[in-house]
Design a protein around this ligand. Structure first.
Ligand code: HEC
Ligand code: HEC
Ligand code: HEC
Ligand code: HEC
Length: 218
């Protein structure tokens, strides 16, 4: 009898899991209190759970989808994963969703564009994270990693290393001579880790074959 009731119980659990997986709200987690998702982020999720299901799942498994900055600020210091004391009121009552990260400091972003009537940034930068994680952003800014690109580009010795290490070699007048490397090679090697410049070339009307979804505002 015990075995039977155990089987029954596992069937019930399975049925609950299936129900939870099929629930209409993509961010509802069985057993957890309903997360406070802003209405803007809910719209992002409605589309992006179809276009980028992996990205949405990653977010759902992160603390950002589960803890509001307001709740985090009430945690004991060693438990707390935010370090800014002055997180704007408007961000404190909702979880940190797509809109909350991709809409910060819009006027400082040359990559800000009109995306289905939401003004969002393509790249979320350390100064955006700093709205809630000021101490970490400051620590990072002083590290070598934050200057990895500039160090290679501006220091002539280091820049010479990029050119010579990645160069194709040829024998000229009996000497092994570097004859240069393509930008593609440099980007795949040294700059693959040391960073690259991201430039805004403009926006395009969305079509399914394009990664850039900037919608024309006119
Ligand atoms: C904690 C902040 C944060 C949250 C929350 C967040 N993102 Fe992002 N997102 C980033 C960062 C950082 C990048 C990488 C930026 C880059 O390309 O350098 C990124 C990149 C992206 C990209 C790729 C952009 C490109 O073309 O390079 C998409 C699409 C995206 N996010 C959509 C979403 C969606 C949809 C959600 C909600 C489920 C979301 N993001 C939530 C920070 C965030
Ligand atoms: C609007 C506020 C806000 C922004 C912006 C934000 N975060 Fe967070 N972050 C949070 C909150 C809230 C938590 C959970 C805090 C807690 O539970 O104590 C968190 C947690 C984290 C954690 C800890 C995760 C863990 O599992 O321990 C990391 C790492 C993190 N954020 C990185 C980032 C990065 C990188 C960015 C920028 C791309 C970013 N955050 C932007 C509010 C924010
Ligand atoms: C797999 C990732 C990776 C690749 C690829 C890479 N680097 Fe680095 N590089 C690093 C890391 C990580 C550091 C150390 C950063 C630190 O100390 O905080 C570093 C440090 C350096 C430094 C010291 C910089 C300083 O300011 O002290 C130089 C010079 C350098 N790399 C040159 C190169 C060159 C040239 C190439 C290509 C031939 C290259 N790196 C490829 C990850 C990489
Ligand atoms: C009506 C559907 C829809 C809504 C609503 C929507 N998106 Fe998108 N978004 C898309 C599509 C489609 C793409 C292009 C996907 C691709 O090319 O892989 C995209 C692309 C993006 C990109 C990448 C842009 C680029 O040029 O690389 C980001 C970042 C992004 N969306 C964030 C958001 C955020 C944040 C929200 C909520 C404020 C949101 N989206 C709302 C459909 C939508």
């Amino acid at each position: 009898m015990r075995t039977l009731s155990a089987i029954n119980r596992s069937r019930v659990t399975l049925a609950m899991l299936v129900l939870a997986a099929g629930a209409a709200d993509p961010a509802s987690v069985a057993g957890a209190p309903t997360p406070r998702i802003s209405k803007e982020t809910q719209e992002c999720l409605n589309c992006h759970s179809t276009y980028n299901p992996g990205l949405v799942q990653d977010w759902m498994h992160s603390l950002h989808s589960q803890v509001t900055p307001g709740e985090a600020l009430k945690k004991r210091p060693l438990e707390r994963r935010v370090s800014s004391e002055n997180i704007p009121e408007s961000l404190q009552g909702v979880v940190v969703g797509c809109y909350e990260c991709h809409s910060l400091n819009g006027t400082n972003h040359t990559d800000n564009f009109n995306h289905f009537d939401y003004h969002i940034n393509v790249v979320v930068s350390p100064s955006d994270c700093a709205v809630c994680h000021a101490v970490e952003a400051q620590q990072f800014a002083g590290s070598k990693k934050a200057h990895a690109l500039g160090n290679l580009d501006k220091n002539p010795i280091f820049h010479g290393m990029v050119d010579s290490f990645t160069s194709v070699m040829d024998i000229k007048a009996g000497k092994l001579t570097p004859v240069g490397s393509s930008d593609q090679t440099k980007n795949e090697t040294c700059y693959g880790c040391h960073g690259s410049k991201v430039q805004v070339l403009g926006t395009r009307k969305f079509c399914s074959a394009s990664r850039n979804s900037g919608r024309k505002t006119s």
